[in-house]
Design a protein around this ligand. Sequence first.
Ligand code: URA
Length: 484
Amino acid sequence: MRSSRSLSGVKLGTYYVVHMPEPDDFDFWRERARGLIQCDVPPDRIAWVEPGGSGDLFAHGKRRMPVPPKDAPPVRANRRFVSLARNAALHSDPERFALLYRLLWRLQANPRIMEDKADLDVRKLEELDKSVRRDSHKMHAFVRFRLVEDADENGEGAEHYVAWFEPDHHILRANAGFFMRRFSNMRWSILTPRGSLHWDGETMAEGPPADRSDAPSGDPTEDLWRSYYASIFNPARLKIGAMLKEMPKKYWKNMPEAALIPELVAGAQKRESAMVEKGTLEFEERPETLAAIDKAIHACRKCPIGQLDNHAVMGEGPQDAALMIVGEQPGDQEDQQGRPFVGPAGQLLDAHLEKVGIDRRAAYVTNTVKHFKYVQRGKRRIHQSPGAKEIDTCRWWIESERAIVQPKLILAMGASAARGMLGKTVSITKVRGEPIALEDGSELWVTAHPSYLLRLDGPAREEQARLFDADLAAVKERLEELAG
Ligand code: URA
């Protein structure tokens, strides 16, 4: 039982006001809450004020926190409470911090309170947690980036993708890591009325709240998303109620593909019978032969790149090759000829392989992404790097090739190829020149992409060519060891 006078000598009539520096700062709340509990300050003597909230109502309250006595017992909180509280702290309910404190206070006397499903505070905490998780889920699913700066004539330059999203709760910062991992090699901003996030490929910055009008409302890539969505929309699975639950109308205005929904729903029945007649291909089982992969990639529309006017390009080389060489994606020439590495980057690769004495014909040469991604500029098709999501989607095929060829050593050229092999983005400079052990017992070696060399000239090109040769020579030596 708590005494009529607090342990620290704080008078029970004293009122405290805690000004939260940020609406989602759980760690700050936790630190203040611990101190207040150790000073025996009951829940009804504390006002938790959010940024922008009115502190005037509590003008008589103390802002300076009491100092816990040295011998104050540690504050008890079980894991379940902490994990729910961490999420609930992101809710927009202004009473959330008071609720968390009340529960933490009650936990000191009754450590099993979290098990009481009928307890109103526990139920409220669970409700807040659930609604925050749902909001995060919606954010993951419905953020749509729009291109606002484009590459120049040479495919160089800064592309910047901007998305507008209206979260119900203070979930933006907590989800920064998700978007950073998912779109690690894109430059993007997510703008919301509660704040903004900006990722430049290396660092994350936070910005002020934004307005809907700060974000673009459409760009050419949206047509791509629309046709992609139309192609994956499966009328046989259409359940309107479930769809509205998963994709509430409130999010539709920010999603290019949502413009299609009424039309798709209306046409669903017709499309369904057409699909039944034609039969649809789904690639859920791993193909067992290279020929089957070849056939399947030509039908693959799992990402928007496959919707462009292009052809899938299959890997080539002996099925029992000890070396697998992996590039990023076919270029313009490869797309036209249907073979990997036959354009300018391929010619440069061939020259370097020959220089160090690797026989390309003995290697299995392939790409991480099977279709050519480009934007049309007049008559030219300008290369676009695949996004992380596209690489990750296409991994299914390169993994299938690997399972059949079973190379001893894989040489991944460039960041996209490295991601295709590892499932995460790595820095080429950090990992090149050393083997990385893969789960199946093979080795991954990472180097630069030959088209990177093509973009350089002068001493920079010479230096990179030297490093490239050194990587290839190390691969050759290692192959000899593995063969011996
Ligand atoms: N660049 C690649 O990554 N792969 C090719 O096949 C051609 C160019």
